[in-house]
Design a protein around this ligand. Sequence first.
Ligand code: ADP
Length: 660
Amino acid sequence: MFSILKTLSLKAKIIIIYVVILGVGGLLTSFIGSLIVNDTIMNQAKSKIYHDLKTSRMVYDNQLMFIKHEVNARACKHHIQDYLSRNDLETLKIHLRQIRRDIGLDFLSLTDKEGRVLFRATNPDSLGDDLSYLSVIDAALNGLVIASTESFPRELLMRESEQLARQANIQLIDTPKARPTDKTAETSGLVMIAASPIINQEDDILGVLYGGHLLNKNYSIVDKVWELVFRGEKYKDEDIGTVTIFLDDLRISTNVKTKDNNRAIGTRVSAEVYNAVLLNGNEWSDRAFVVNDWYISEYEPIRNYENDIIGILYVGVLEKAYLAIRNRVILTFLGVASLGFIFIILISYLITRTITRPLGEMVKITQSITSGDLNHEVKVDSSDEIGQLGSSFNTMVKSLRKMRGELENWGKTLEQKVKKRTEELRAMQNKVIQTERLASLGKMAAGIAHEINNPLGGILVLSSLCLEDLKDDDPNRSNLEEIVKQTIRCRDIVKGLLQFSRQTEPKMSVVKIDDILKNTLSLIEKQAIFHNIEIEKKFSEDLPYVTADESQMQQVFMNVILNASQAMKEIGTLTLETAYNKDDNMVVITFTDSGDGIKPEIIDKIFDPFFTTKDVGEGTGLGLSIAYGIVTKHSGKMSVDSKVGESTTFTIQLPASTSN
Ligand code: ADP
């Protein structure tokens, strides 16, 4: 489960969290909401039914009060008392029939002061029976005005009226959930009876006037209650409210309908209501199965004058009507909740997208960065944390771009530096090779020169002596002169070789370079080859002294200046410049001529001994190598820089003396 979560995108995770939280919350809310709705509606229904039952009871009791009042009022009439005290039964009969019609009673009868029936308005032939055993008659005989509900057996009803007995007769109908019974029909009747004593002026009780209604198949009370309480309340064209009067557990007056839409007379109350109300005398307030459907119902016992439970008063409403209301409310509630849920999911999706879109972009850009592309930036359109993250990310990309630029530049610079250093190293290596070569050449040259020098001296002395002895026109003279000349040349070469090999040790002293330069120039300036050469002197005023062999230094300068004049072919400008390089503590002397310059391919060889570009007899190729040797011996440096066709500059650096 959790491993699957890890593979999901951030957007999916956030939406799942929303769905889970809202789903669980929504389910809980819906569940609790449904319970509350259910409870509220059902409680309201119960409370309404409770009040409806109280209304029914009021209607029922009103009816009782009405007949009590009417019967009592008639019993109190003087003429009734007169007729009775005079035993004028014939007149009484006429009056009583009229009274029954006026009040609208099912029966109205008169007893004597013993309780024996004197006259029954609805059955004049039935008389003489003693009714004092009836508690209501007995109470009236004792001066009380009574109204109560009583259960009259068939014989009593028959006596009042045959029609009443017929009306009371009800065939029992099998009812689901009713308690089992062997009975097939009910012949007793539930009557509302009022009894009032007839009392004369002397307060003697002359008899009892009693009358009432048979409730079996009499729908006036139940329909009156229905009119008052339930009229217009329908569920799918079915009246939802019902009122019933039971005799014992039998429906004798009701507006509960059977499946074929008849009043459910003859059906019975469920066994559990029977037990609760009829046996235990409790009120019943709950759902109950009535005939063929469930009702939210209230039952309460109907008691007779002796307080025995003889029937039940019931009101109820079809439970399914309230269930439909409840379901509709719950469905509406769930519908609204679902819409809210969808709305919140939609909003959360949009919000999540605003969070994850920049992050997704960042991921993409990070991938581009990994492959080296730094030219993208995140679109920042909010100032929240995500916006700040985007800005920081962009700043990071910018600085990465800058750093990469710097790195590239640095790389280039490094490459150049490496190249330069390599060149310097190569040059240094060349110098070392050259120095070594010069050193070995020097050794060899010194050995050869040393060996040749003495015989050469002998040749020169002897050939010069021979030449002196020869006459001017001697044919061998020119040959001998040539021998002397070449021998001198050989001597010069040997001398040069000895110098090159530093056979002669320098005699060091603290000198002023300017002075040596000036001396050197004074030696050569007058020579014909310098006549057309302009010599520029740029001598530094405060040049430090150097420790050097003056004559060797002079020789070095001489060589360089002579080479320059030869390179300029005796016409041009020679610039002599001195300077002090503080950093290296060196005195720097430069010789710049405006000659032809030195070709790059030979510039590395000019310090080699015997390297010359001059004709045989004109140059020995030793001048610069000797100069280089002397300068190096003085711990100095000698270098050349040249532009072909323009100029050549020789630079000599000598350590500044510390003892001046
Ligand atoms: P030499 O002068 O006898 O040839 P050097 O050792 O003095 O011997 O010079 C070697 C070579 O260096 C010269 O033959 C010449 O080619 C070159 N050279 C020296 N100085 C200069 C200069 N100022 N301008 C051009 N080439 C020069």
